[in-house]
Design a protein around this ligand. Sequence first.
Ligand code: ARG
Length: 471
Amino acid sequence: MGRTLWHGRFEGGPTEALQALNDSLPFDRRLYRQDIEGSRAHITMLASVGLVADAERDAILAALDQVEDDMEQGNFDFVASDEDIHTAVERRVTELAPAGAKLHTGRSRNDQVATDLRLWTKAELSDLASLVLNFQRTLLGQADRHGDAYLPGYTHLQQAMPVLLAHHLMAHGWALSRDIDRLLDAIRRADVSPLGAGALAGSSLPLDPDQTASALGFGGRFENSLDAVSDRDFVADGLYALAMLGIHLSRMGEEFILWASQEFGFVGLDDGFSTGSSMMPQKKNPDIAELARGKAGRLVGNLTGLLTTLKGLPLTYNKDLQEDKEPLFDSVDTIRLTLLALDGMVSTLTFHTDAMASGADSPFAVATDLADYLVVRGMPFRRAHAVVGELVRRALSGEASLPDLVSTHPDLGAEAVALFEPGRSARGRSTPGSGGAVPVAAQRERFVARLAADEARIGALTGSTSADLRN
Ligand code: ARG
């Protein structure tokens, strides 16, 4: 058993129960790159303000390189007293270089862990934003491949008005643009260095928090040391962005589940992205879409769990805050897996455009266009609605087909019957942002421009040091 960081003050060692509950190494070891990077910046700053000699700094930097190498290769030997990743790295550095005992000068694990987690969050969220962008391109690719296809649009899951498939797919694409916005916003909030705040109150040593902030690629440093070590807003922001993204993926998943059903028959799943049944030989199941739907539960759970942990915490650091990491790691891992699988599933979907069209070509789907036809000819909309509504009721009661009733109606007639031509209703819609052929082409241009702008915004982030720290 090695010595604890606080052994000077204590006569007895820690109990097994305390260690089992207290140790965060099992999950925070994935922060090792960020921890080492933070230590490099810190020791370099300590040397530049004269608190350690250049030779001591160099010995510590060499030891940090060695530790990083060993971690990368899986050759690092953790010992029982390594409570967390910060303890483990510092212990080993000090074994390799006695000057390592100076590494923690002016630093606490409280500012250290907040620094590590901010670096990690920035890098991971920017990587996820790129995956979202890829998925948007997949949706756009399917939209382009089915330029003319149309399907019923739904409200209340009842057929409402026909729309182009491209319009429907881009609807999901735009929701994902907002997710990218939220991820970038969460990154911006994480982009503040807490290093130099110490345990809570800063230091009387001549530290330079601006130097470490810029060495680590942060946009700036903390303004208040108490806030710096107790702020986990950036974790909550990230978890919210991921929960909302997960909810979008869940809603898409639900639609693809419906569309793949025999009842809809709008899409066919590729073998590589679907599963079979152990008992029923005929089955082909949309497990990826179901998991996209199901995983939203844990993403929301991770967010509410963290918010509940934060609620009521007094300033400043409390050990409760150690509970920030597992939900964040889990949400990041969950979204990455889900996005990759759903992207593969969507890019290999077969769209049964005939089935979509035959649903959309139901005469009743044209009802709104018939009312608009009357409006254009001067009839007040409320009256037009009632006129068409009555024709629909008579058609449903079996009196005659809707097109027949339209052709003999004095205000409608043969010209209005042309509205029943397959696809005409979907393609003909013309208002900006609507689902017809002309506005959808304009929308596509704007969507492509938005993807390019978001790609540039994400690319601009990867200029910072933290991009190299992703694990
Ligand atoms: N493992 C701890 C965490 O994740 C590091 C900070 C510990 N600080 C302390 N004062 N015990 O929050």
